[in-house]
Design a protein. Structure first.
Length: 507
């Protein structure tokens, strides 16, 4: 084992990667290369250790170059850092990690080989296998880069240690990945239930894909979308878990320092980069890339209070927005109200409106897969049909499969529009909104318009009932429905049980 001092502050260089600046440390070199044409078999493992301290105010990414010689079968990395005590209200140390191969660290380039954030302290890569979060494949010769992400740094700095081990031998072969099919049997045109924001052991989740698939079926879901933080390693981990009853789409939670966004239903294996902030003016490029890869762009938990979670990129490049994330909390209520404001703006300006959805963001027990879930009207149970329904707003969000809604608005001349639709009627022509609910005992129904909540009525004790409300297009620009539990605090709205996307009225 060799100690290497390349991590000292005085020996860093400043480089530019894509739009963002990043520190690059001194290179870690392994002197004992395999003989020319040899595979390095029989050579002992080699290990080097790098120690250093990152100062407060470090850039988002610090790269540690590693010169990998020929003949390496496996590359293994471990790291540790000091969690220095800090006063209350001050951010302590948190250091993420990932790696790029000899193809480089260019923004959006081909060099990405894995990311585990702060979820793991060690990983390995070889041709036939890799730690979850990392992409298996040959360890080719060249300059690899370990990516350190100082998520937060204490005022005293962030001391760290990185250990790199090379194991020599025959490289082995990489099995061809098997990805989920893009279509399940389904029921034709129907309402399908799904959860599009889930985490497994391939990022910071505690469940295996098999456990998630079982929980999805138990929750009454028809489709799910994999969304690991900044990696696609989980796309190949679902073999044997799909079926006629469960569509598994692949995606990614693009986790930037200025908010998170779910790439929903991208092509398997397609990686979307995350190394930029709003100030870099790069999000539009990667939103277009996600759509070009067959996905939808869905900002996640826009008002979450965790560091870096607040959404700063705006919604001009979004296809939908995650309004409800996991158990209903005040930040979800803020997001719901902000989204409702966008509906009024869209109606006034005759611009496209942004549909809402809800997902569990489940990581581990006791997080509930399918709580909440988005129920979408789709022509069949396929990636394309589900995405079309979501993008058109033909959907509602429910806390569980026990809750079902049917919402429509009708006019006096036979006009009819369902969720996500538009109803044309005279400005003063009476129209009637109707909501049918099952599975919501102890709850109330409200109709919401651009003027706010204009009608509320309790459901029967059974939780099954119908509510109707009459209005006109001159009085309401749109109507959507909410079902809520009783308020926990007098004067404040109760937690959501379910809500619909709107029906717009055109007078």
């Amino acid at each position: 084992m060799t100690e290497n001092g390349s991590g000292s502050i005085g020996r860093r260089g400043l480089i530019v990667t894509g739009a963002a600046t990043a520190l690059t440390l001194g290179t870690v070199s392994f002197a004992n290369a395999a003989p020319s044409g040899g595979a390095g078999g029989g050579r002992p493992d080699e290990t080097k250790v790098v120690r250093g301290t990152l100062p407060s105010g470090s850039p988002d990414f610090v790269y540690l170059p590693v010169e990998v010689p020929h003949g390496v079968r496996e590359l293994a990395v471990s790291y540790a850092y000091e969690k220095t005590p800090v006063p209350a209200g001050t951010q302590g140390n948190a250091l993420d990690i990932g790696i790029f191969d000899e193809r480089g660290t260019a923004l959006g380039g081909a060099g990405f080989r894995g990311w585990s954030g702060g979820a793991r302290s060690a990983f390995f890569i070889r041709a036939d296998d890799a730690t979850p979060g990392y992409l298996r494949g040959p360890v080719r010769a060249g300059t690899w880069h370990i990516a350190l992400g100082p998520y937060t740094v204490a005022p005293q700095g962030l001391p760290y240690t990185v250990t790199v081990t090379l194991k020599y031998g025959e490289p082995g072969t990489s099995p061809a990945p098997v990805y989920p099919p893009v279509r399940a049997k389904g029921r034709g045109r129907a309402w399908y239930r799904g959860d599009c924001h889930l985490h497994s052991v391939h990022s910071d989740g505690g469940r295996t894909p098999a456990e998630i698939a079982a929980l999805a079926r138990a929750a009454g879901l028809d489709f799910i979308n994999t969304s690991e933080h900044n990696t696609t390693s989980g796309h190949r981990a679902w073999q044997g878990l799909w079926g006629d009853d469960l569509l598994i789409m692949t995606g990614e939670e693009i986790t930037t320092r200025n908010g998170h966004v779910v790439a929903l239903g991208t092509e398997p294996g397609h990686f979307i980069d995350w190394r930029y902030r709003a100030r870099d003016n790069r999000f539009g490029r990667f939103a277009r890339e996600a759509r070009a890869a067959g996905g939808l762009v869905v900002p996640a938990h826009p008002h979450a209070t965790c560091v870096g979670c607040g959404w700063k990129f705006g919604f001009g490049d979004a296809d939908a927005v995650e309004v409800w994330n996991g158990p209903y909390t005040p930040d979800d209520e803020v997001t719901l109200q902000e989204w409702d404001n966008t509906l009024a703006v869209a109606a006034r300006s005759n611009r496209p409106w942004l549909p809402a959805m809800g997902n569990s963001d489940a990581h581990r027990d006791p997080d509930r897969v399918g709580g909440p879930q988005t129920v979408v009207l789709a022509d069949d149970l396929s990636r394309e049909a589900i995405q079309a329904g979501l993008k058109a707003g033909r959907s509602y969000v429910a806390e569980s499969a026990a809750v079902s809604l049917s919402f429509s608005v009708s006019g006096g001349h036979g006009q009819h529009a369902g969720i996500g639709g538009r109803l044309r009627a005279g400005a003063d022509e009476p129209v009637t909104a109707r909501l049918e609910v099952t599975g919501a005992p102890g709850c109330s129904v409200s109709f919401v318009t651009d003027q706010g909540t204009l009608y509320t009525t309790p459901l029967p004790a059974s939780g099954t009932g119908t509510a109707e409300w009459a209005t006109t297009p001159s009085y309401a620009t749109y109507i959507r429905a909410e079902v809520r539990h009783a308020p926990a605090t007098p004067g404040l709205p109760g937690p959501l049980t379910a809500f619909t996307n709107p029906v717009f009225l055109e007078g």
